[in-house]
Design a binder for this molecule. Structure first.
Ligand SMILES: Cc1cc2nc3c(=O)[nH]c(=O)nc-3n(C[C@H](O)[C@H](O)[C@H](O)COP(=O)(O)OP(=O)(O)OC[C@H]3O[C@@H](n4cnc5c(N)ncnc54)[C@H](O)[C@@H]3O)c2cc1C
Length: 444
């Protein structure tokens, strides 16, 4: 009997360094390559609309288009379903007699619930998942995931004690061939999925989605000498060169973290290692830490009290929230950041720290609403990095110092001394008071 595999693509939209896809290539006779665009997967949560913001949607569309082209080169097809994954996968299993299911391991609670439900419901099928999103697999880490250190520094020290030549696997090559698609007959409607993503090619888009664009960016970055000054420039607010800009492709897996480290090591061998090149690895370890943090804490990644047991004293004020989202706060630097985010789907790390600190400490808002807004907007949205960083800044996460409040005025002086960034994004033109009513609901 023929073995029919189903590969559920998620945040691994690439052929390169994809261990789960290689397993499928080696094990089954026919293969269905599936991606589900599920409107509800992006919400509704915390009063957010159940959709991806235009930039995020556009980036995803380009990533899927590129994956489709790459699969076509193998004689394969990408099946894109506008359906909740559980429904789509259940239908395909029944119609095509699927015997093997594959996916990359995911930190998302929602994605894992679906996978566990499928495992229970179809216990007679073979399930395979591989770690393709992280640098390490759990078995390579020097501790069990439930023993993950409470702070990043401890984590980093333990990881850096390992011999990287042994601990860090080289990225895997793309498969030489893939099994043919299982469902030629009902693919005629396939191009229809494109119409659910009106191509917008916005003039404010900074990034192009897809593994091809990601690879080009990676090569371009290390062909330049930017890596040698990264540590000095990484706190910039505007432009493409002050930081690596790997995050959009890393987030949906069109670029592999291990491939980046390989290129970084090649660069160091060629151009010399220094503090800056090390710091790129250091930041990738932050990403790694939050991935395992998410795996350890699961639902608590989204809890108001975070991984602690004391709920913050913040609350929800609709007017303040709306003003923050639109960039109409009393703080020009925050307005500039929010307008940049809304226009491009990207925000610098410094900008993210400032808007999150403002959200929690100046506006007194429940951090989860801010995290959910970034989830909707960021083209590099990554469940663990986003919610983990928000917890950290809200003082309910992995920060031994409690909470981080940034002095916005001082930060603007340091990082935007000439007011260039604020002017470019018109942050000073939409200054508004926080509230239009007082505590007793009287108009101010
Ligand atoms: C409130 C808040 C929300 C965030 N949400 C996300 C998110 O959804 N997705 C996301 O990828 N990053 C997130 N970050 C982390 C960080 O801001 C971005 O990874 C970084 O700005 C991306 O730009 P870059 O690729 O040029 O980063 P670089 O400075 O060039 O860093 C290189 C890589 O290291 C990783 N990295 C750097 N800083 C962090 C960090 N603090 N946490 C985790 N990984 C890091 C990223 O993968 C990044 O691509 C968030 C940070 C904050 C403060």
């Amino acid at each position: 009997m023929q073995k029919v595999g189903l590969f559920w693509f998620n945040h691994d939209l690439r052929i390169d360094d994809n261990a789960a896809l290689l397993r499928a290539a080696a094990e089954v006779d026919k293969l269905i390559c599936l991606y589900c665009v599920d409107a509800t997967s992006a919400g509704p949560r915390w009063q957010q609309p159940a959709k991806l913001a235009p930039r995020r949607r556009e980036f995803l569309f380009q990533s899927l288009q590129d994956l489709e082209i790459q699969l076509n080169h193998y004689g394969q097809k990408l099946v894109v379903r506008m359906q909740p994954p559980l429904d789509a996968i259940a239908q395909l299993i029944t119609v095509h007699n699927v015997s093997h299911l594959y996916r990359s391991n995911h930190v998302g609670v929602y994605e894992n619930t679906i996978w566990q439900t499928l495992r229970k419901r179809y216990a007679m099928l073979e399930f395979t998942e591989c770690h393709t999103h992280t640098l390490f697999a759990p078995s390579q880490l020097p501790f069990a995931i439930d023993q993950l250190p409470h702070s990043f520094s401890k984590f980093r020290r333990l990881v850096e004690k390992m011999d990287m030549t042994i601990a860090l696997d080289a990225p895997l090559d793309a498969p030489t061939e893939l099994p043919p698609p299982a469902l030629v007959a009902d693919l005629a409607w396939q191009p229809l999925w494109h119409k659910h993503f009106p191509p917008s090619d916005s003039p404010t888009a900074l990034f192009k989605g897809g593994a091809s664009a990601g690879e080009q960016h990676l090569k371009g970055y290390f062909a330049s000498d930017l890596a040698s000054t990264y540590k000095l420039t990484r706190n910039g607010l505007d432009g493409m060169d002050y930081s690596t800009k790997f995050s959009p492709w890393l987030a949906n897996g069109t670029l592999s973290a291990r491939r980046i480290v390989q290129q970084l090591q090649d660069y160091e061998a060629r151009a010399g290692a220094n503090d800056s090149t090390y710091w790129i690895f250091f930041e990738l370890l932050w990403r790694e830490y939050f991935q395992w943090y998410g795996h350890k804490h699961k639902q608590r990644l989204f809890a108001f009290e975070g991984i602690g047991d004391a709920a913050p004293t913040t609350s929800f004020y609709a007017e303040r929230f709306k003003k923050w989202c639109a960039g109409n706060t009393p703080y020009a630097i925050i307005n500039a950041c929010m307008k940049q985010l809304n226009a491009t789907g990207y925000l610098s790390n410094r900008g993210r720290q400032l808007v999150a600190s403002c959200f929690v400490h100046e506006l007194g808002l429940d951090w989860r609403h801010g995290a959910a807004y970034l989830e909707q907007q960021l083209i590099d949205y990554d469940v663990a990095s986003n919610w983990g960083n928000w917890q950290y800044l809200a003082g309910v996460g992995a920060d031994p110092r409690g909470h981080r409040r940034f002095d916005l005025q001082k930060q603007a002086q340091i990082y935007d001394p000439d007011n260039q960034f604020v002017r470019r994004w018109a942050g000073g033109q939409t200054l508004q008071p926080l509230d239009s009513v007082d505590a007793a609901d009287w108009p101010i």
